[in-house]
Design a protein around this ligand. Sequence first.
Ligand SMILES: C[S@@+](CC[C@H](N)C(=O)[O-])C[C@H]1O[C@@H](n2cnc3c(N)ncnc32)[C@H](O)[C@@H]1O
Length: 297
Amino acid sequence: MFELTLLCPEERVDAVSEAFDALDALSVSVEDADAQTEAEQALFGEPGMPAPRQAWSSSRITALFATQAAAQEAASLLAAQDFFAGCEVAGIAFVAEQDWVRLTQSQFDPVRITPEFWIVPSWHEPPAGAVQTIRLDPGMAFGTGTHPTTRMCLRWIAQRGASGGQALGRVLDYGCGSGILAIGAAKFGGEPIDAVDIDPAAVQATGDNARANGVQLHAGLPEQAQGPYQTVLANILATPLKVLAPLLCAHVAPGGHLVLAGILERQAEELQQAYAPWLQLSVADSEDGWILMTAHR
Ligand SMILES: C[S@@+](CC[C@H](N)C(=O)[O-])C[C@H]1O[C@@H](n2cnc3c(N)ncnc32)[C@H](O)[C@@H]1O
């Protein structure tokens, strides 16, 4: 196969990507042309905030074609279009045939939460020393153990769960995504467990992942969360966490714990203020600029 690479300003990315589709490209990908440099830009937004931009000021578009002739023809056709103004062809390169599935899988190793607790992709053997594991495949949905916010929640669950007895008690995982936190809580003795999400696809994935891990939990929409819980976990983002403050606090049982993630270091104070009418939040962990905030009733 052959890949054709273009450099385009942000406003040209949509038109060029659509043209590649019309030219029967096998795949099209867009990256930051300034990645790994000082000018690299992060593109992300929070729910309720303005939509994130769709491309970078300087974007690198790569399209894959079955033959060199098809890649060259696509480059010539595009170069003749008005919407190509400001774009340039960076090159056409041969791409060796690969076993893409194996290559992708080889890039995802088990993720260590503690020396004994690991997230292990289904195609991997658990590492030596793994006493507790969650089997989940990376890249399928958010919450597969590779993000610092998820890892910090799982570390908290492992520490609390290891403190003996029924330490986690009844658990609520609010914004469960793949169900990873609920499954982790089940593995460390939490019971019963409600895992809820506004996204029905997440509810479905949570049920499937729980079965694959041999644990019992109840996955559903947010209305399913009812009454007091010994442990309330929510890894969402600062803005929705502030909106959810009264609801989440109302679910924390006397003597129970609230565990919040998805918060940047600089957002600690605004979260503390938002939760102050009900609970006193403090920073319990941090990783890569993200913090874990917890409170005890
Ligand atoms: C960052 S993911 C966290 C997934 C997983 N719990 C983890 O720790 O990796 C956040 C999840 O919260 C869900 N979510 C966002 N806002 C929500 C809300 N207001 N109520 C319930 N779920 C919400 C999203 O659909 C998404 O699945």
